[in-house]
Design a protein around this ligand. Structure first.
Ligand SMILES: *[C@@H]1O[C@H](CO)[C@@H](O)[C@H](O)[C@H]1NC(C)=O
Ligand SMILES: *[C@@H]1O[C@H](CO)[C@@H](O)[C@H](O)[C@H]1NC(C)=O
Ligand SMILES: *[C@@H]1O[C@H](CO)[C@@H](O)[C@H](O)[C@H]1NC(C)=O
Ligand SMILES: *[C@@H]1O[C@H](CO)[C@@H](O)[C@H](O)[C@H]1NC(C)=O
Ligand SMILES: *[C@@H]1O[C@H](CO)[C@@H](O)[C@H](O)[C@H]1NC(C)=O
Ligand SMILES: *[C@@H]1O[C@H](CO)[C@@H](O)[C@H](O)[C@H]1NC(C)=O
Ligand SMILES: *[C@@H]1O[C@H](CO)[C@@H](O)[C@H](O)[C@H]1NC(C)=O
Length: 420
């Protein structure tokens, strides 16, 4: 038994390594340059400055160095919410990798994903910012098969989110307690129509190469799509580190059985995670009921809203609403992981955001000094992005009717979150 376990671990590692090599840089065969040319010098200059500029510019930077015809253009970006340190390390690895592997290629790009983050670096001797580039596209697939694995529906629903937000990450429970994770990213300089075009192309490529494959990547200059049976690139937050509850699917008015079963939790699981809703786990109270902190057996933290029994909402209405809200994903919104209904109990389960809310900082004489205008400006920007997403960009066009300092969380890596 032990021998079997260790061999499967080894195999897993080998697989990761192979993927890392296979999905490396894409060096375009459109032209070559000499190292000692002015273009070569400009090119090295801009690529070596990217790690710092990208991480200091909130994860996206595009620029050029030099004069035509020796001008060198480059773009670097990280996925939304990436820690700025990780972002800078990733962009450096990608830039260095391109300098080495695409030594004298005039154009190249690399979506560099590891288990912690994903970043993108592209360079060229022509301006490409804002333009949709579908070719060359590059597909990697994993030789392991799950015959019935067909991600078409999941991917289809993710494309809507990704095209408005340039990013989407989602997961879906498969039958045998396995979960498939999928992530999409467009370069954030292209329009949402172009993003959709790019990802639709990747979807049809997926359908022609990779149905039934347990993992793979479709990579293009303007967009990226990856899926696998484990969470990768830090894209899935804490929420997907634990398997979805094994409770049977509930009947859905919208027929969305997979979605609802993957976000419905067992009451016992939540009761255990919050130490039977103990006083010491209580972290807040609102008009809706009480909030508890909890922890799953694997160490994943969660926040549970236990709705007061007088909320007056019907079970079916509550479930449908929770399933919809759980589909909202935005870096400035606290993620609803799921819900639980049992008897009179209605629970909403959120990712745990380990910090105090804005009111604590604003109205505390010592703490408020920490909020200088630069920070306040960032906070305002974060609130606006979250609200814009809810009001306009999400498919649900939700109106937040209770926006106040108490529902704004400050978090160093994501700066601002808004809980619904
Ligand atoms: C870019 O370089 C290629 C060859 O390396 C050349 O054919 C092309 O004209 C250059 N484009 C621009 C805009 O300078
Ligand atoms: C590009 O570099 C490779 C070796 O790194 C060399 O063989 C090749 O001739 C070079 N191509 C051009 C066009 O300079
Ligand atoms: C994966 O992440 C862990 C830390 O989260 C790190 O120690 C490890 O080296 C990473 N593995 C690879 C293959 O990058
Ligand atoms: C995907 O894998 C299959 C075999 O497992 C292979 O025949 C096919 O060429 C692969 N597709 C791509 C695009 O790599
Ligand atoms: C995959 O799923 C899509 C959408 O559900 C369906 O149209 C398609 O026929 C499926 N493909 C296969 C090979 O089952
Ligand atoms: C689900 O729907 C089926 C058919 O509409 C019905 O027979 C069954 O009782 C429903 N189950 C629940 C739990 O509502
Ligand atoms: C919350 O923010 C403060 C700074 O405002 C920081 O020191 C702390 O580490 C953060 N995290 C927690 C869990 O408080």
């Amino acid at each position: 038994m032990i021998a079997k376990d260790s061999s499967s671990t080894l195999w897993f590692l080998i697989y990761l390594t192979i993927l890392g090599v296979v999905c490396a840089q894409t060096c375009l065969e459109t032209g070559y340059f000499r190292q000692e040319s002015l273009y070569g010098i400009n090119h090295r200059l801009i690529l070596t400055s990217l790690p710092t500029t990208v991480s200091s510019q909130d994860g996206f930077y595009a620029s050029s160095v030099g004069q035509d015809p020796e001008k060198s253009y480059a773009l670097g970006m990280c996925i939304p919410g990436a820690d700025s340190n990780l972002c800078s390390v990733c962009v450096k690895a990608a830039s260095d990798g391109l300098l080495q592997s695409c030594r004298n290629h005039t154009e190249a790009f690399w979506w560099r994903g590891d288990n912690e983050t994903l970043c993108f670096v592209r360079y060229s001797n022509r301006s490409f910012v804002g333009s949709l580039d579908l070719e060359p596209s590059f597909v990697v697939n994993n030789s392991r098969e799950s015959k019935s694995l067909n991600l078409t529906e999941l991917v289809d629903s993710m494309i809507a989110t990704a095209s408005s937000d340039s990013y989407a990450a989602d997961s879906k429970a498969l039958g045998d307690s396995q979960v498939v994770y999928a992530m999409m990213q467009c370069t954030s300089d292209i329009s949402s129509e172009d993003c959709e075009t790019c990802l639709r192309g990747s979807l049809s490529q997926y359908q022609s190469c990779c149905l039934g494959k347990q993992g793979g990547i479709v990579s293009r200059p303007s967009c990226y799509f990856r899926w696998d049976l484990y969470p990768f690139s830090g894209a899935f937050g804490r929420n997907t580190l634990f398997p979805p509850s094994s409770s049977p699917p509930v009947n859905q008015t919208d027929n969305d059985v997979t979605a609802s079963s993957s976000v419905q939790f067992d009451f016992k699981t939540i009761e255990a995670a919050t130490n039977k809703f103990s006083e010491s786990n209580k972290i807040g109270r609102g008009g809706f009921g009480e909030v508890y902190k909890g922890m799953f057996p694997d160490g994943t933290e969660l926040a549970v809203k236990r709705l007061s029994k007088t909320s007056g909402q019907g079970d079916e209405e509550f479930k449908n609403e929770a399933v919809l809200v759980a589909k909202l994903q935005h870096r400035n919104l606290v993620r609803l992981l799921g819900f639980c209904v049992e008897g009179e109990e209605k629970l909403l389960i959120y990712e745990f955001v380990p910090n105090k809310s804005l009111d604590y900082f604003l109205f505390n004489p010592t703490q408020q000094r920490e909020l200088d205008w630069a920070i306040r400006f960032k906070i305002i920007g974060g609130i606006c992005r979250g609200i814009l997403y809810l009001h306009q960009d999400s498919r649900l066009t939700i109106i937040h009717r209770d926006l106040k300092a108490m529902v704004i969380c400050l978090q160093s890596t994501r700066c601002v979150d808004i809980s619904l």
